[in-house]
Design a protein around this ligand. Structure first.
Ligand SMILES: *[C@@H]1O[C@H](CO)[C@@H](O)[C@H](O)[C@H]1NC(C)=O
Ligand SMILES: *[C@@H]1O[C@H](CO)[C@@H](O)[C@H](O)[C@H]1NC(C)=O
Ligand SMILES: *[C@@H]1O[C@H](CO)[C@@H](O)[C@H](O)[C@H]1NC(C)=O
Length: 425
């Protein structure tokens, strides 16, 4: 009896160690992805090349942090053996929240079929909208273990819209074919990665690291930059607020310059249910846009703190400019007063250093990189633009409803240009 139960135990042990061994030998399913982003020098928008279609083709898209979906123009030279347009009233249409049956009187082609579903696509720069055909096709993205790109992984039936060409005629870089939305909406890029790779343990989280040759991460941390800096360590967190439109906001309670409170109307700082007020983050605004009264308060305070330094004629779209020679250069940019966004808690501060607050707008002219948003009382009071996010890693952790931010990576002797894009096969 004793010997037979020992025997059983031995079989059980050898079986379980075999099981553990085979488990560790099977490569785990990819659940983190990486996508390079480049800054377009002319528009200051961020562009990502995304692999789509069959055969696979690299297609450039503008990255729109708050965009609801991915749209591409399909009228010309869309060649793919895997293009499908779901029938109207199908589950795919319901997922895209489309209840409109699309018809097209021209010759059938991608973007032009009868009885498919119609979805509005938006050019986020001009605000132009156009009815588009909901479509699905292969999308491929590079997997990662956090430090280098790994093998490409396919999402076979990625939903997007096929928009008319007129939608990209204005406001976007000439070569881009569409816009990739990262918003909190059912068919945005992060949402579809989450639904496709959720069973592989994909965390509904993504991170932006903007720079001329920057990077975006999809899935959980750690994220690494050369020379082997783990960016997740220095993150601070604040609640991530999602507006009814699926846009990303954070709570700024006050603004300090040189550690002194800037007097601003705090009513403007809170996000109302109607989507008015508050602080939104955006990759479509190259520079932070401030409601007129906040703009005046910040620029007046900033120039008062720099009262020894003469101003020069401002270069549009900025309001306050100086001779670049007036500043000593430091690792994190011109030595100017820090601008602190005080968040949900007095101790949680998004500090903007010279590298993110001053921009050389013309040769020898450095301007405060904030733009006057006028007096309009719709939309956000503060829109944090791309320039203020550059070389900061910003993590949108939807699962934990928190926004992680690293402050300037220049302090950690790295930057968002420093992801090691050498692929590991
Ligand atoms: C859609 O239906 C209309 C009316 O029957 C027809 O004239 C048109 O050619 C069809 N379009 C396509 C793309 O098949
Ligand atoms: C603050 O802003 C709100 C919203 O624009 C406005 O209604 C209110 O009058 C302002 N308060 C002051 C003191 O200016
Ligand atoms: C980048 O990654 C590759 C592959 O792991 C490695 O061989 C190379 O040394 C890395 N580059 C640097 C600068 O560390």
């Amino acid at each position: 009896m004793a010997s037979s139960s020992l025997h059983f135990l031995l079989i059980f042990l050898s079986f379980s160690s075999f099981y553990l061994l085979s488990e560790s030998l099977t490569p785990s399913k990819p659940n983190r992805f990486v996508l390079p982003v480049q800054k377009d020098q002319k528009t200051n928008l961020y562009v990502a090349n995304i692999y789509k279609r069959t055969p696979s083709l690299k297609v450039p898209f503008v990255v729109d942090l708050n965009g609801r979906l991915l749209w591409v123009t399909c009228e010309k030279s869309y060649i793919s053996s895997t293009y499908r347009a779901p029938r109207c009233r199908s589950t795919q249409c319901a997922r895209a929240d489309s209840h409109y049956c699309h018809t097209c009187s021209a010759e059938a082609r991608p973007g032009c079929h009868n009885n498919t579903c119609g979805v509005m696509s938006v050019n986020p720069v001009t605000g132009l909208t156009a009815m588009s055909e909901l479509a699905q096709d292969v999308l491929s993205i590079q997997s990662t273990q956090g430090s280098n790109p790994g093998p490409m992984v396919r999402v076979p039936r990625f939903l997007f819209t096929c928009a008319p060409s007129l939608l990209r005629q204005k406001g976007l870089p000439g070569n881009v074919q569409g816009v990739a939305g990262l918003g909190h909406s059912p068919i945005s890029l992060p949402s579809q990665l989450a639904s496709h790779f959720g069973s592989a343990g994909f965390a509904p989280t993504f991170a932006l690291c903007l720079a001329p040759k920057g990077v975006m991460f999809f899935g959980d941390s750690p994220y690494y930059m050369l020379p082997n800096v783990e960016i997740t360590q220095p993150l601070s967190y604040t609640p991530l607020i999602i507006s009814p439109q699926g846009e990303y906001y954070m709570e700024v309670r006050s603004i300090k310059i040189n550690n002194k409170n800037v007097p601003i109307n705090t009513t403007l700082l809170s996000l109302e249910k109607r989507g008015v007020g508050g602080t939104k983050l955006s990759t479509i605004n190259p520079y932070t846009v401030l409601h007129h009264t906040i703009f005046n308060a910040v620029t007046q305070f900033f120039t008062k703190e720099l009262s020894g330094i003469p101003q020069v004629k401002p270069v549009a779209p900025f309001g306050v400019c100086f001779n670049s020679k007036s500043f000593k250069r430091t690792r994190v940019g011109a030595g100017v007063p820090n601008i602190d966004l005080v968040l949900h808690d007095n101790h949680v501060v998004w500090r903007i250093f010279g590298a993110n607050s001053m921009v050389e707008a013309a040769p020898g002219v450095s301007c405060l990189a904030f733009v006057d948003g006028g007096m309009k009382n719709n939309g956000a009071s503060i829109v944090i633009g791309a320039y203020q996010m550059e070389n900061n890693l910003i993590q949108f952790d939807v699962a934990r409803s928190r926004l992680g931010f690293s402050s300037s990576l220049l302090f950690f002797k790295t930057s968002c240009n420093n992801f090691n894009f050498t692929a590991i096969p």
